[in-house]
Design a protein around this ligand. Structure first.
Ligand SMILES: C[S@@+](CC[C@H](N)C(=O)[O-])C[C@H]1O[C@@H](n2cnc3c(N)ncnc32)[C@H](O)[C@@H]1O
Length: 222
């Protein structure tokens, strides 16, 4: 593979090792290929504020990979407000056993993701160009999702209100956040609880990152 990210391939490999992940060379090549697509099409599709190749590695690829150990490894995962496919495309690339549905309301961003799906040969990835609140659980491949994730989408309360109907019984919502969102956790809608708030370290990213896991109170956690 050639392209602007190739000069940063070693940084990606080191970051993957630092996260304790073991990925096949072919998988790492696919991650780089997705990063190249983001860089190539960003101007046309207005996908992300990040235009620097090194930041594509840290802010997009490694940030998305950092949550991997906390997520279900099989079943269905829905990514809400996925923009240029983050973290959904990355998670689909590294986990072929997971069926990933990506929900994005802006047509050109969804089109980019569909193109990435084709170019990267992602059979376990589907894109829905819809507002999440208009999507029914039965529209997802496999029905209600075992996990529903978002990054930079909304407050935790809005995430739960707009997307909670897509979570299967016993499943969870996963919100990728910056600083510890204590105030947002206190404002969660009735019937939902933050069962875990985990501080994450992302190699090369000098910023606070947290993953908030939210479950229905009836699932007996809290
Ligand atoms: C700040 S961007 C984050 C994109 C991506 N998750 C990331 O981290 O790079 C939020 C995205 O949510 C999408 N969005 C906003 N409201 C939505 C809704 N109700 N349903 C689906 N997508 C929505 C926007 O179009 C936008 O692409």
């Amino acid at each position: 593979m050639s392209g602007r990210l190739q000069a940063h391939a070693a940084q990606l490999a080191e970051g993957i090792a630092e996260l304790g992940l073991v990925l096949a060379d072919e998988t790492v090549e696919r991650l780089l290929a997705f990063g190249e697509l983001l860089l190539k099409w960003n101007k046309v599709y207005n996908l992300t504020a990040i235009r620097n190749p090194q930041e594509v590695i840290t802010h997009h690829l490694l940030d998305s990979l950092a949550v991997l150990p906390q997520l279900p490894t099989a079943g269905c995962l829905a990514d809400i407000g996925s923009g240029g496919g983050l973290p959904g495309v990355v998670l689909a690339i590294v986990n072929p056993g997971l069926i990933v549905s990506s929900i994005e309301t802006v047509g050109k961003k969804a089109s980019f993701q569909q193109q990435a799906k084709i170019e990267l040969g992602l059979g376990n990835f589907s894109v829905f160009n819809k507002r999440v609140e208009q999507l029914r659980a039965e529209d997802l491949p496999g029905g209600a999702a075992d996990g529903v994730i978002s990054r930079a989408f909304s407050s935790l309360a809005d995430f739960v209100s707009l997307s909670g109907h897509l979570v299967a019984g016993g499943g969870a919502l996963y919100a990728m956040k910056g600083v510890h969102p204590a105030g947002e956790i206190a404002a969660l809608p009735a019937g939902w609880l933050a069962s875990e708030v985990r501080a994450l370290t992302v190699p090369g990213l000098d910023a606070e990152r947290h993953l908030v896991v939210i479950r229905r109170a009836v699932d007996g956690v809290g």
